[in-house]
Design a protein around this ligand. Structure first.
Ligand code: NAD
Length: 360
């Protein structure tokens, strides 16, 4: 393997695997550690990524039978239960068995969908994630949460299912639109604020233009993915510390939900949520104005906050009470005790919450 390739080893329970990060790395990977001689390999590929990288993907995986590519329209609406059932039937029709494996090539939608199907097909076949968005490289491909949506809500039906390998090839990011890049940057800023100080220093040293340089992206993905990997190795099923990864997401999810997922990206909503969580942490007397300004500086450098979004704080509070991560009408916040020191399960008085939300 090339010296510039970065590797993050993970051990979760009895399962060990690697996250491999680099440029143009796919052809150098040896799959024998994933499964010795699978009888069939199915490649679930995002339609958009297939359109952009068909030659590269076909060549690096040396796929002889084009029928083993499953090109998926990766709109969020297709990450669903019914599509999964069709997919299982397709796999059976193509002769997939317990000795087969899947490779998911795309953003978080493809990764969640293919991971969910791999977890259930024949009670579980290996899945390799090849994330092609920054968000998928630093967040969704790591930690084994896989799920599909039902009409009652997003990611409601799912399991924890660890991949056999994650291959983050930075080459794919060259075509990622800025809006999608920012969705990933927001998660990276979150990791930087809640614990990865060298990542924070890097984020404060770059901007939306300079971060696109390949070496910079590789280093940022390495630090950000490494931080998340460390957290999930400690607490796979989110019975404790893994909850810190929800920093900024309690408010962010509620805003997305109030806005019915229209006119606001996940990254924009989480960025507002991060600002809210920083301000609440300050109002509770944990962090200083200077600490909050560290987030503000990241938001400025990467253009994460969009001041045009309007929402009613009372609606946001109502939605937070229904979040699946909250229970008993209690809203559980992740706050910062100080920069890099998160605390989960914090209760926040409603007047503090209202005050902060109306200032966002
Ligand atoms: N499992 C987890 O822990 C976890 C964590 C966070 C998010 N998620 C899930 O991830 C999904 C969001 O993932 P996402 O942000 O990667 O979005 P996505 O998968 O919807 O991809 C975003 C867009 O970018 C396109 N795209 C993908 N790669 C590209 C490339 N290299 N060049 C150009 N375009 C490209 C896709 O076609 C899509 O239009 C959601 O479904 C969310 O629920 C899961």
């Amino acid at each position: 393997m090339d010296a510039s390739v970065k590797k993050i080893p993970l051990t979760i329970g009895s399962h060990s695997y690697n996250i491999v990060i680099g440029s143009e790395i796919l052809s150098t990977i040896d799959f024998s550690s994933v499964m010795l001689s699978p009888d069939k390999t199915g490649y679930v590929v995002s339609e958009r990524v297939w359109g952009l990288y068909r030659d590269y993907i076909s060549q690096v995986f040396s796929v002889k039978d084009a029928g083993d590519f499953i090109v998926m329209n990766d709109g969020e609406e297709n990450k669903n239960y019914r599509y999964a059932e069709q997919f299982f039937e397709w796999l059976l029709g193509k002769g997939f068995t317990r000795k087969s494996m899947l490779v998911a090539i795309g953003g978080g939608v493809v990764g969640d969908f293919a991971g969910y199907c791999a977890a259930l097909f024949m009670r579980g076949i290996p899945v390799v994630h090849v994330p092609t968005t920054l968000l998928a490289m630093v967040d969704s491909s790591i930690g084994g949460k896989v799920a599909v949506n039902i009409s009652a809500g997003k990611n409601i039906v799912g399991v924890f299912y660890q991949p056999a390998m994650v291959l983050s090839d930075v080459r794919f990011l060259a075509t990622l639109p800025d809006g999608e890049l920012k969705n990933g940057i927001t998660e990276t800023v979150k990791h930087a604020l809640i614990g990865e100080s060298s990542l924070l220093a890097m984020m404060l040293n770059h901007d939306l233009k300079s971060i696109k340089e390949r070496d910079t992206l590789e280093e940022i993905i390495y630090l950000s993915a490494g931080f998340k990997a460390g957290v999930v190795c400690e607490d796979e099923k989110e019975s404790g510390r893994r909850a810190i990864l929800n920093f900024g997401h309690t408010i962010g999810h509620a805003i997305e939900s109030v806005m019915e997922y229209r006119g606001i990206s996940h990254g924009e909503a989480v960025a507002i949520g991060l600002k809210g969580a920083m301000e609440i942490s300050r109002e509770m007397g944990f962090i200083t104005r200077e600490d909050v300004s560290v987030f503000d500086e990241c938001a400025r450098r990467y253009e994460l906050l969009n001041s045009e979004h309007r929402f009613d704080p009372a609606d946001v509070i109502d939605h937070m009470k229904y979040d699946k991560k909250n229970y008993g009408g209690r809203i559980n916040f992740v706050l910062l005790k100080s920069l890099g020191v998160p605390q989960f399960d914090c209760e926040v008085p409603e007047d503090v919450l209202k005050h902060v939300l109306s200032g966002l």
